[in-house]
Design a protein around this ligand. Sequence first.
Ligand SMILES: [Zn+2]
Length: 296
Amino acid sequence: RDIIIAIDAGHGGEDPGAIGPAGTREKDVVLEISRRLAAEVNRTEGFKAVLIRDGDYYLGLRQRTQLAREQKADFFVSIHADAFTSPRPQGSSVYALSQRGATSETAQWLADSENRADLIGGVDGSLSLRDKDQVLRGVLLDLTMTATLNDSLSIGGQVLEQLGRVNRLHKSRVEQAGFMVLKSPDIPSLLIEVGFISNPDEERRLRDPVHQQGLSTAIFSGLREHFQSNPPPASLLAWQRDNQRRPTGNEYRIQSGDTLSAIAIRHGVPVNQLKQANDLNGDVIRVGQVLRIPSS
Ligand SMILES: [Zn+2]
């Protein structure tokens, strides 16, 4: 299966987000960057993008994570642009959920019967709490939240490193905050502030298609790097990794004086298996011939 990346363009509709000094609206540039990111994801084998918002309309914050859950997303990224009262600040920032936000969110999830039903049943079969008692459910959910948070921080680090190649960084490490859109206990997530729309120079760059493409490519490079080294179970990337690493058995080059049965005994394999693995009909072998030794 493909690794599903949910891409959430911030704001939309009656909520324009921040507005730059030249009138650029955050909701517009983040949608453009999100669409470029989605195209990049979809061009890559083993990945599929889901655009949470693909037009100029508003979605509630809870709705956004809900859509990601319905699409069984492996990762959720929310794209925003920063703003400040002074025109000076600039650069990209990457946010993950804070530990405190995670813990309080766990409590809230447990209190919300709708979410609980979803989680207890197991969204994708990886987390089923149906047969656990209430206290244990709380503990398991907290552990899930922590594991998700660790994933988010690891992905965030990779994304930040890539962003630093195409843009100034506002903060050189992954920041943690209690953003509502990041609060889903079993989907790792990041919020990326691609730049400061309140900085006139950066506002202009955020509208530039070349810069937009550079940002999208950087974000996806970070994501891809993470998922290549940590592919989710049953994903194409996991399958490829497992098939590359499948042990191929050992090889033995025949020396003078060797017999098939002696080689078989020395390697602890039955003679017939040794013959089978090498397509041998008789017992004739020659010096220098390389035999595959099957793992017994
Ligand atoms: Zn925003």
